[in-house]
Design a protein around this ligand. Sequence first.
Ligand SMILES: Cc1ncc(COP(=O)(O)O)c(C=O)c1O
Length: 384
Amino acid sequence: MNTFIATNVQNIEISGIRKFYNKVAGEKGVVSLTLGQPDFNVPQNIKDAMIEAIQENKTAYTSNAGIEELRREISIYLKEVFNIDYGKEEICLTIGGSEGLLSTFTALINNGDKVLIPTPAYPAYESCVKLLGGTVINYNLKEDFSIDFHNLKCIIAKENPKIIVLSYPCNPTGAVLSKDDRDKLYEIIRNNKDIVVITDEIYSSLTYGEDYFSIAQFKDVIERVVLVSGFSKMFSMTGLRLGYVCAVKGLMDNIMKVHQYNVSCAPSIVQWGAYEGIRSCLEDVEYMKNEFIKRRDFVYKRLINMGFEVNLPKGAFYIFPSIKKFNMRSEEFCERALKEAKVAVVPGSAFGKGGEGYFRISYSYSLEELEEAMNRLEKWVNTL
Ligand SMILES: Cc1ncc(COP(=O)(O)O)c(C=O)c1O
């Protein structure tokens, strides 16, 4: 059977997050903190707009790039909120950030091209690159999950990579890009004119500090920056599948070819929903963000009280405590937490080799669930 399967597909596996989630499904009475999915309902105005779009029969294909109305609003939103400049013609609506990532990688990667990916990181980057026959080269993060620039510069000098993936706010660490690090990255990108940046900013609406920093804020490198983002996390609509890619024309024309042959367009109804959302639901986003801050602070405090070494997340809805002092692999730690404490969390190793020695908690669950999980975890950790 396997002889039929393409080698590049044989070389990848289903995500470690899903694998663990599937294990949890077989256990009874477990509190699961495994999924990156907010527990809020989709804002009412978005639901209403989608219902209206159905009633008005807005169910045909849209243009490949998606409806102009929404692309125009995204362009305004990016400028006003993040100081990022992409025109509506430089934006393509995709089926989640996931399709945006794969379409972008497909448009850029030739067999053997080297792609720099942080470790730990969202697992899809590595799998997409392998699927396309590219070569993954990891760059390291420091203890506080910021970029190890010494390591990054050495790798770039030695390997001559074609692409660098940036991923802030970060799944799984909750780190955001600081101004200092953004400026250092800018110097590197400006001086290495053969490198294209793919910056995944799907959690950009969920940062807990004042300012937002992105490599896409620099106009003189923007012709080599592809921004991937979307609405899954922003509007708590993971199942509705809407994301977007931003890139200058030369890049976008080619990303669009892949997107066109793969999916034609993003779902029309959902595009109309997001169009309403971006105009009238930013207060809902603010509400969700404030709820996440409460949850983050609660989980962080409990973990600190349990004696975990852990960084305070500054974005997204994940926290990534160290388990190095327990002398256990992350897989073993999480298996035991599942069996003995009845708490499901994801092993750091699911996020690449840099994730070993950590586990990921998603705090996109209710405070009640988080409290129950923390109580159980505390009782169990005290026995280790
Ligand atoms: C960092 C990151 N990028 C992209 C995605 C994909 O998002 P979507 O559901 O919009 O495809 C996720 C989903 O968890 C993510 O964590």
